[in-house]
Design a binder for this molecule. Structure first.
Ligand code: SF4
Ligand code: SF4
Length: 69
């Protein structure tokens, strides 16, 4: 299954839960700050995403959306 995620960086508080949750290591911290002063999470190598949704499930700020096809 192919998946894709988007992360709303302005909702993200940079807790890193999604980074720890992704077994494929497809999420990293952005070196830039968001408006709240956090380093938000951002997708990397996202063409390898399988849409498992773990990153979205663990996000306490509902900042991640997942699509599958
Ligand atoms: S949906 Fe699964 S594979 Fe895709 S980025 Fe999130 S945790 Fe990683
Ligand atoms: S789990 Fe949510 S709030 Fe935490 S770093 Fe990931 S996107 Fe940001």
């Amino acid at each position: 299954m192919k998946g894709r995620i988007t992360i709303n960086k302005e909702l993200c508080k940079g807790c890193g839960y999604c980074i720890m949750a992704c077994a494929k290591k497809l999420i990293s911290f952005d070196k830039n700050f968001n408006a709240m002063g956090y380093h938000p999470a951002m997708p990397v190598n996202i063409d390898k995403c399988n849409g498992c949704e773990l990153c979205a499930i663990v996000c306490p700020d509902i900042a991640i959306e997942v699509w599958r096809k």
